[in-house]
Design a protein around this ligand. Sequence first.
Ligand code: ADP
Length: 393
Amino acid sequence: MVNEDGKIVVANPIAEQVFGYGKNGLTDLSLEQLLPERYRGKHVNFRKGFNAHPEPRRMGFGRDLLALKKDGQEFPVEISLSHSEVQGKLLVMAFISDISERKKSEEALKKSEEQLIVYAAELEKKVHSRTEALNKTIEKLEKEIFERKRAEAEASKALEKEREFNDLKTKFVAIASHEFRTPLSTILSSVVLVEQYKERGDLDKISKHTSRVRSSVEHLTAILNDFLLLGKLDECKIIVTCEPVDIDTLLQDIIEEIKPSLKEGQHIELDLKSTKKQLITDARIVRNIFFNLLSNASKYSDQHKPIYLKVKEKDELLMMTVKDEGIGIPPEDHKHLFERFFRAGNVSTIQGTGLGLNIVKRYVELLFGSITFESQPGGSVFTVSLPFNCAPI
Ligand code: ADP
């Protein structure tokens, strides 16, 4: 408690203890003695101001107040002021709290908050750089996975190709040895017989056997040609030459050419209904397509069975149908029919390599056409549709 002149009138024991004075040690001291020297002058004015208009309030609101202990040590305080008048004299009461501990913990809190912010910033930086590193690793891994998958796909493709090739090789060896054996043994037996007939001078028999030798050799040549052709088709070595071709002449030529190989009593009935008379196409390829289809029609039909070759226009295409009344193709074999070396289950002893239809299909595609078939026991119909002009636009 301080009088108007700023002298301490009375202080409680806690105040004496806080400021480091002994009992009654504060009494009669000037209040300014409890302040660091640098604040004293200002404080005198401040005290006078308060005395002029005394009212209870807190001191130094919003800023830190410092007080001075007897031993010269400064410490933070919070002060509330109040006043009363005793016998006409103003007495000012100052309630002083030592807030050193609070300040310390506030400071510590602030420090740790600041540290926390620094840590957080560092952490964020670390997370950022780790994320970047991780993203780079992921990118690298993704690239590696992609490369590996591509390599795997290539390897399995190569493996698949090799497997296919081995499969074809096996089929080729089987078919070739089977298909070559018959004509070769025919040739051998005919040669032996020719020698015997030569001794007897039987010219008729000799001529019969020489023609058997010739047809066997032709058959072998045809098989070999098919094998060679397959290779050429695989390597895309077939050159398509599109030229104007008279449809009727082309078909008549094919029929004439195939006539000698038809079975006894077989004949080809041509039914040509096309207003357009010309095709722009590769005549050699068309000939091979129909030679194959017509030979099959003959081969898989009995003697005396007719073969029909119908030709008409449909939707800007020339549709050509080869129909026979032969053994037909079992339904379960339909889906494999154009596969290389495939032969249906009902061929029994009829000779063949299973290459013709595969070649036909690829030939048709070379001319930008298509091929379909329908078949059941009792007959088959193969339809080839070709554009009137096979030259690419
Ligand atoms: P192949 O040399 O065996 O005759 P193709 O490739 O020409 O070979 O024909 C494949 C298979 O399709 C034949 O083995 C046969 O089973 C069947 N096939 C083809 N054309 C006919 C047809 N007109 N009638 C019955 N079956 C046929």
